[in-house]
Design a protein around this ligand. Structure first.
Ligand SMILES: Cc1cc2nc3c(=O)[nH]c(=O)nc-3n(C[C@H](O)[C@H](O)[C@H](O)COP(=O)(O)OP(=O)(O)OC[C@H]3O[C@@H](n4cnc5c(N)ncnc54)[C@H](O)[C@@H]3O)c2cc1C
Length: 393
């Protein structure tokens, strides 16, 4: 895209005053990086359905991989508000790039940090923080998506190693990842986490092609055919579904912030376009129908900004519940999808082209609304939380 990236984040309720100077500095740094490194190339990579691998080093340098992981393990040691802000700025550029950062930080580094041994933490985390090593997270299977507890991927004790069998599907970063955090059942049917490394015999990662969404993010499978996994690669400190769900909570929190970034980019683009594009002798922004769209967009963005700020405060205090995170993830993605669709219309024919980021955001968000718990599942989580009555089964 040759156009200059003129993005400015809307701040209708002066919510910036709720951030510290450090938060604002982090935001400015990531925003500058996105404008310089992501915006100029992202349309081309999306059109070609290619992940821009050269961005990995920069993502590591801006602290996008594991921002909350302590410095002693190579992380940035930042608070959760900073983590949210980083995800928001990156997804403002592209949801696929944010997905890579979310997977690396929340789904690979977090489980190693929270459930791993000291040896595992020192071996993997510093290299994951810089991007020298890239990871992926294998939970979803061909026959088990929203119901991961039904997984059939399994491992057996084979003396001095484990023997892993099964398959995972829809795995972000799998085609190029150096390691995979894989969730599988042991012989007693308990879910455990294993670190599987590229190059282990019987482990393959075929790429998933023909996606219309998240085209600049690489997605693939993980196939395990009698893979010998060393015993020291088992994550020792968690058993059961709470292991992967703990990781998903981290990632969903980041998505709650991130999706709003995509929404703000669509709004910013549509607002600017509405002042420049003239029809019937005046800017289209002067027509009431277009103003209705913009007024509703900024109202929903403002509500979302306040929601994620409050969620960030609760998360910093270790008080954010999984159900609160679900609500915010669901709300932000719905807000973003609605805004992307309305903004697309405001740009008329230009809205469907790669000259503007809106159609790309809209298509990306169709994945974001499905992964990390579908829109329906998050609604059921809220329903369960307020009624105490489970409606999943
Ligand atoms: C681009 C992309 C990247 C992804 N990356 C990863 C990754 O890195 N790692 C990983 O493990 N997974 C990943 N996923 C998988 C993702 O998390 C799953 O797609 C998601 O959990 C939904 O599972 P499913 O696709 O099998 O849909 P299903 O579970 O089959 O759901 C189909 C529909 O049924 C609805 N439904 C299901 N159960 C219920 C119920 N109880 N009540 C009402 N409605 C219900 C759902 O809401 C949905 O609308 C990714 C997916 C995509 C698209």
């Amino acid at each position: 895209m040759s156009k200059k990236d003129l993005y400015e984040s809307p701040d209708y309720y002066l919510a910036d005053e709720l951030f510290t100077e450090e938060h604002k500095l982090i935001r400015a740094t990531v925003r500058d990086w996105v404008k310089k490194e992501v915006s100029p190339i992202i349309e081309d990579y999306s059109q070609r359905a290619e992940f821009p691998k050269h961005l990995i080093k920069g993502l590591g340098e801006i602290g996008a991989f594991g921002p909350t992981i302590p410095v002693e393990y190579g992380g940035a040691g930042l608070d959760y508000m900073s983590y949210g802000i980083i995800m928001q700025e990156i997804e403002r550029g592209d949801s696929g790039i944010r997905s890579t950062a979310s997977v690396q930080g929340s789904l690979v580094m977090y489980p190693i940090y929270a459930y791993g041994s000291e040896e595992q933490k020192h071996k993997y985390l510093p290299k994951l923080a810089t991007g020298e090593l890239m990871g992926c997270f294998g939970l979803t299977e061909p026959d088990h998506g929203s119901d991961p507890g039904g997984m059939t991927t399994n491992f057996k004790d084979a003396g001095d190693h484990y023997l892993l069998n099964g398959a995972k599907m829809w795995i972000s970063n799998s085609p190029f990842a150096d390691i995979a955090v894989v969730w599988a059942k042991d012989e007693s049917g308990k879910i455990r986490g294993l670190i599987v490394e590229r190059g282990m015999e019987g482990f393959t990662t075929p790429e998933t092609h023909n996606k219309w969404s998240l085209r600049a993010s690489a997605t693939g499978e993980l196939v395990f055919d009698n893979v010998k996994v060393p015993k020291e690669n088992l994550l020792p400190n968690v058993t059961g579904l709470k292991g992967p769900l703990g990781c998903l909570n981290q990632a969903r929190y980041g998505i709650a912030w991130g999706a709003l970034g995509a929404a703000m980019d669509c709004y910013d683009t549509a607002l600017r376009y509405s002042k420049e594009r003239k029809q019937f002798g005046k800017p289209i922004g002067a027509f009431q129908l277009q103003q209705k769209k913009l007024a509703e967009m900024i109202t929903e963005i403002t509500k979302g900004q306040l929601l994620v700020w409050r969620l960030g405060t609760l998360k910093n205090e270790n008080r954010a519940t999984p159900a609160q995170i679900s609500m915010s993830k669901r709300n932000s993605v719905e807000t973003a999808l609605n805004i992307a669709r309305e903004a697309r219309q405001m740009l008329g024919g230009m809205g469907i082209t790669g000259e503007y980021p809106i159609m790309r955001h809209m298509m990306n968000l169709e994945s974001v609304v499905t992964y990390e718990g579908t829109h329906d599942i998050h609604l059921l989580i809220t329903g369960f939380d307020v009624t105490g009555l489970e409606a999943f089964k």
